[in-house]
Every structure is written in C-alpha cells, then in structure tokens.
Design a protein around this ligand. Structure first.
Ligand code: ADP
Ligand code: MG
Length: 278
C-alpha cells in the first residue's frame, strides 16, 4: 500500500502488571469543538497504552488528517484511506500503517464521506462493520473524530464501547457538552445502547490563570467523578512533537508532557479495571 512503514518502532518500557481487557475496548475521542486536543489525546493516550504492552490501533476519522500527519504521513499523498473503508468497503487492514502504534489513515477525501454514505443503508454502522475483522488483533482501538457531530462522529459512537471527551479548560468550551450528550442519547436509543461518556478530560490547563482554574472547578462541580483527576497542562511540547511526526513519548520520553499522558493512561486503565470488577 501507499503508506509504507518508514519509521522504526521505538522500543518501549513495558510496564508490569497491566492486563489486557477481556474484550477489545473501542474508545471514541469526541468534542464537536475544534482545537480541544482530541487528536493530541488520541495519539498520546494510544502510545501510553502501548507502553503497557497493550495492542493499540488509532483511527483517523478527521478529513484534516492531523492524526495521520502526527505520525509522519502526508494525507495529501495517501491513495487509500478511511474514506475507501467506509464508503467502498475496502478492508481496513489495507489502510493501517504501522508507526509508534497502528494508524488507520485519513485523507482529504473523508470530507465527502458524509455525503457519499448518506444514501447507503446502514450508513451509521460503516465503521462498526469495518472493524469487525481486525478487532481481535487489538486491546484498544481509539478513534479520533472531526469537530462536528455529523455522520463520521456518529459512526464512531456506534462502533465505540465508550467516549472520552477532551475539554479545553475555558468557560466557552464547557457549553457544547450538553449537545454532545444529546447526540449520544440518540445513538443509545437507536443504534448502540451501551455507548456512554466514560470520562471528561481537562486539557490545556494553565494553573497560573484564574480563568483556567475556575473553568476546571466548574467542570468538576458539574460532572463530578466523570472528570479525570489527570489534567493535561498547557505546554508547547504538544505542538512540537507532531511536527517531527512523533508522539510526546517519542519526542521527549522523560518530559512532563509525556508523564501527563502516562498518568491519564493509568487512570483510564484503572477505571476500566474497577468497572470489570464491579
Ligand atoms: P483537536 O483535535 O481537538 O482539534 P488538537 O489535538 O489538534 O485538537 O490540538 C489543537 C492544537 O493545540 C494543536 O496545535 C496541538 O498541538 C495543541 N495542543 C494540544 N494539547 C495541548 C496542550 N495541552 N497544551 C498546548 N497545546 C496543545
Ligand atoms: Mg483533531
């Protein structure tokens, strides 16, 4: 395929004591607002999971292809992408590139997927169908969604076992959550009864700013234990890493920025374990 592997796979520290989930967990990273760290979280949480020895696939469902780019590939030169998988039923294995983790790549064609799918029967289940043959190869499948609640994001909700919502710690960012929950409710009623928000992640947190601290407090007052304890602080490192085609773990393995996503990974894995034992 066109997206041949070019980067060597870094050797990760394997962390002891992590067990793979009994069934593959499919997590959609969603928020209809752009620039809240959906893509950054998809990649870095995925790589942090893989440091635990878990098998991870990240799916780029955004026509802008930022996730694809952030692993060093150019969406403009990709011939076959998630568009072909969803619209023409190309096996997903054919658009998976092995990088730090496996990535199912996007290209700008995806911008036309909503329209191309709209006349198809079962259009909301295209991703769920595509995942079935490869699901068993992975412990975690993370889906990066576009900044809208359109058909691509709905496909992610239908395929998902849970949703993580990254939220920028600013007042205005908190407002879209009601609309997101309404869409999820609709998906639960009609297409996937089990999907729910598993956690809300405060991103771009700046503790020096009163505004940021207050937004963080409001988030926690409003959504209680649904909000992860881990806050992802604001740092330019997260913008620098993708330029090099790397996750934050590969870019600066011992830095604070990498540590924050490792903390998040532990928290997500811990929550999952608690739920399995419940
Ligand atoms: P989305 O996918 O929700 O549109 P991105 O993950 O692309 O958001 O993030 C938007 C921009 O903010 C990117 O340039 C990214 O590198 C940067 N960014 C992400 N997380 C942080 C952070 N914690 N601190 C500072 N910049 C960040
Ligand atoms: Mg994005």
């Amino acid at each position: 395929m066109s997206v041949a592997r070019v980067l060597p796979r870094p050797t990760f520290r394997r962390l002891a004591g992590t067990r793979a989930p009994a069934t593959t967990r499919v997590i959609a990273l969603a928020n209809q607002k752009g620039g809240v760290a959906k893509t950054t979280t998809t990649l870095n949480l995925g790589v942090a999971f893989s440091e635990h020895g878990l098998r991870v696939l990240c799916i780029d469902l955004d026509p802008q292809g930022n996730l694809t780019m952030s692993q060093g590939m150019n969406p403009d030169t990709i011939e076959r992408s998630m568009f072909d998988v969803l619209v023409h039923r190309l096996p997903i294995a054919e658009v998976i590139a092995s990088r730090e983790i496996d990535v199912a790549v996007a290209s700008i064609d995806l911008a036309g997927a909503d329209m191309a799918l709209s006349s198809q029967i079962g259009r909301e289940r295209a991703l769920q169908r595509a995942l079935a043959p490869v699901k068993d190869r992975y412990d975690y499948i993370l889906i990066d969604t576009p900044p809208s609640l359109g058909l691509l994001t709905i496909n992610a909700f239908v395929a998902a076992t849970g949703v993580i919502v990254p939220v920028q710690t600013e007042y205005l960012s908190l407002r879209g959550l009601v609309q997101l929950e309404n869409t999820l409710q609709m998906v639960r009623e009609n297409l996937n009864p089990d999907v729910a928000v598993m956690g809300i992640l405060a991103t771009m947190y700046d503790k020096r700013l009163t505004h940021s601290r207050e937004a963080d407090e409001i988030l926690r007052e409003s959504f209680g234990p649904l909000v992860y304890q881990t806050r992802i602080r604001k740092t330019v490192r997260y913008a620098e890493a993708p330029v090099k085609g790397h996750s934050i773990m590969a870019y600066e393995p011992d830095g604070e920025a990498a540590e924050m996503y490792r903390d998040l990974a532990k928290e997500v894995l811990g929550g999952e374990k608690a739920r399995q034992h419940a």
